[in-house]
Design a protein around this ligand. Structure first.
Ligand code: SF4
Length: 299
């Protein structure tokens, strides 16, 4: 069995920057309690790494970020705490609250996320309604929607769009997207919207890292019959890489750690390609590559 290690894979610049910000916060405030609001990046190994620096990650799955910060302030001396905002972006109300309370904070939001926010703000000023292609429960989509709840509509699938046709068919629509969406999703949904609404403008805002990782799968050797993406189940960009592999008719799986590897997948396979999401540390990917190489030797 031949093994192809796809490049680029693993950490993107946004993740490297966010990780550097977390370490900077610890070195500048060695004796403060530091709280990460949301997962720094969507990867459990990275959350463990963050905790080694004495930084407590506050999960934002079931509670909004403003409420998390208010709770932290209630339970701690606000002059002895530091807050870090994750790479995905944060509701501006939460950031404003931190400012109003003079809380020391570091913003790990990726520059690509802010670029999309700026674009959306500009289009809202031009009186457009924003159709934002994203994952409704993902922190990036939640933070983006908080820019203007009334003007931004998050869309995941065609059925979401169908519900909007009656009220928005004559409105001026601007389509853009969460930075880590699949290129296929964007073009499929945009094509549908353009065909069913009268005034539509769009810009694909997939970030460079997600684009390059997906494009490398699209350009993969025709003979690859198995694709393994190493990434956390929470990681949107990793999940989308798997979806791209499936669209290319390649048997594709997301593997978070060695326990997810199913040895039956490798039976009778000639070429397996391996890549990893933008938030997956190299050491996690290398561990999986080693295990797959051992299967290959046994073959
Ligand atoms: S995947 Fe893209 S948007 Fe997310 S942190 Fe990396 S560069 Fe930024």
């Amino acid at each position: 069995m031949e093994i192809i290690k796809i490049t680029p894979r693993g950490f993107c610049k946004g993740v490297v920057d966010a990780w550097a910000i977390a370490k900077k916060a610890r070195s500048e405030y060695p004796n403060h309690k530091i709280f990460m609001i949301g997962w720094l990046v969507h990867n459990k190994d990275m959350i463990e790494e963050v905790s080694k620096y004495g930084i407590e990650t506050m999960d934002d799955t079931n509670i909004d970020r403003l409420s998390i910060i208010k709770q932290i302030v209630k339970e701690n001396d606000k002059d002895k705490i530091v807050i870090i905002f994750s790479a995905h972006g944060t509701d501006y109300k939460a950031i404003d609250y931190a400012i109003s309370k003079n809380i020391i904070f570091y913003d790990g939001t990726c520059e690509y996320v802010y670029k999309t926010h700026d674009l959306i703000k500009k289009k809202i000023k031009e009186k457009k309604i924003i159709f934002y292609i994203g994952v409704k429960k993902h922190p990036e989509a939640i933070a983006t929607k908080c820019i203007n709840e009334d003007k931004i509509i998050v869309i995941e699938k065609i059925d979401d769009v169908k519900l909007l046709e009656k009220d928005y068919v004559n409105k001026e629509i601007f389509i853009t997207n969460q930075t880590t969406m699949s290129l296929y999703d964007f073009f499929h949904l945009t094509k549908y919207i353009k065909n069913h609404f009268k005034n539509v403008e769009f810009k694909n805002d997939t970030c460079l890292a997600a684009y390059e990782r997906q494009k490398a799968i699209i350009d993969i050797d025709d003979n690859v019959d198995l694709l393994i993406i190493v990434g956390d189940k929470k990681s949107n960009n990793s999940n989308k890489m798997v979806e791209v592999g499936l669209k290319m008719n390649i048997e594709s799986y997301l593997v978070e750690n060695e326990n997810d590897l199913n040895y039956d997948w490798f039976k009778n396979k000639r070429k397996v390609a391996i890549s990893s999401g933008a938030s997956t540390p190299t050491w996690t990917t290398n561990k999986i590559i080693k295990l797959i190489e051992n299967i290959s030797i046994r073959d």
